[in-house]
Design a protein around this ligand. Structure first.
Ligand code: ATP
Length: 238
């Protein structure tokens, strides 16, 4: 067995006396999409924030490509290739689409590489290409989510972390977002996806983890989770 690209062990995160993440283990192999699903407040966002160094774990390890990241500052984590698309999209609405995209690449020094990646990303998101000089605030919710993903791609991720990309979007737009993730993954990018839309997340991922009040209660191939009576009853409206 090859070692996973990302391995998290015994991760704990507390906000004061509230332990939001209570010792969880998971891993993501290079080239895979894995998902962490669960209800509102289960601790999904907290887990992602810990991976990016935006909240500090009280225990555990986060090993990425053989290196412990737990104590690195966020910008160094991003430089290693762990790039997060934040929940709520965090688009700068008074800047243009192009300016938002450029922000994704602001730490990179390889200007030629950035230009190539911009071209590749615009080919992936033709609607962003059409609106490249328009204000990001004039984009629809789905387009803003696409922009957030595109911006993250310009930071040259080796693993893309997404926090509920389907949030607040119409079902047809959600389908589009997930189809895009599939395409990005087919091009070789590893993805770790956090979602409340359990059905869609399990359809796109190869393996799923179910998080309930800070603990992983199930870890299985997605196909098995989609047929698991406990998952169907709790998350799939069965
Ligand atoms: P959501 O889908 O609502 O984002 P989630 O699964 O991502 O849910 P978290 O946001 O990680 O869950 O929250 C986990 C727990 O930690 C919740 O009980 C939440 O109230 C608590 N929590 C989250 N952020 C903070 C904070 N900044 N201060 C105190 N408690 C917090």
């Amino acid at each position: 067995m090859s070692t996973p690209l990302l391995r998290v062990e015994g991760l704990r995160v507390a906000y004061g006396h509230v332990e939001a993440v209570q010792g969880i283990d998971f891993e993501v192999n290079a080239g895979e999409i894995r998902t962490l699903v669960g209800a509102n407040g289960a601790g999904k966002s907290t887990t992602l924030l810990a991976l990016s160094g935006l909240v500090r774990p009280t225990a555990g390890s986060i090993v990425f490509d053989g290196e412990e990241l737990r104590r690195l500052p966020t910008h160094q984590i991003v430089e290693r290739g762990l790039v997060q698309v934040a929940e709520g999209r965090a688009i700068l609405t008074t800047l243009t689409v192009r300016e938002n995209l450029e922000l994704g690449a602001y730490r990179r020094r390889d200007r030629a590489g950035v230009a190539d990646d911009l071209e590749r990303v615009l080919a992936l998101f033709p609607r962003l290409a059409e609106r490249i000089d328009g204000m990001a605030g004039n984009l629809s919710g789905g387009e803003q989510q696409m922009l957030a993903i595109a911006r993250a791609l310009l930071a040259k991720p080796r693993i893309l972390l997404l926090d509920e990309p389907s949030m607040g979007l119409a079902p047809i737009v959600v389908q589009e977002i997930f189809a895009t993730l599939r395409r990005i993954n087919a091009e070789g990018l590893t993805i770790f996806l956090v979602e409340q839309n359990v059905r869609q997340a399990l359809k796109v991922a190869s393996h799923g983890y179910v998080l309930e009040t800070g603990r992983i209660v199930l870890s299985k191939p997605s196909a098995e989770l989609l047929g698991d009576p406990q998952v169907v009853a709790a998350y799939l409206g069965g």
